[in-house]
Write a protein that binds this ligand. Sequence first.
Ligand code: FES
Length: 116
Amino acid sequence: MSARAGSGYRLGPLEQIPLGEGRAFAIDGRQVAVFRTRARELRATDAVCPHAGGPLADGQIDRHRVVCPLHGHAFTLTDGSCSTGDYAVATYPVWEEDGQIVLELAEVRRDEGAGC
Ligand code: FES
């Protein structure tokens, strides 16, 4: 559940996402995965892997990438590019504000079919 307020959608408290994990959110008809890296950065990508629909929010992350749990394609958290296949995901601006996760639905980048 999300609520639009000010310049973004408020997705709830930051603590709902443990460090090093992701969570999926339905926002205005779109599935978005929000990640909280162990470096305490927030990142957001499409939640559905473009390869075969894997749940990216359940993937393993490090500071730079999320690895899809189904077949292992890795997507860069900052621009959505893929290092292991011919796919890419959109990324979204996301930040913390007063202890809440706030996300702007405007895509940072989407290069469908871009080479990896
Ligand atoms: S569904 Fe994500 S790599 Fe295949």
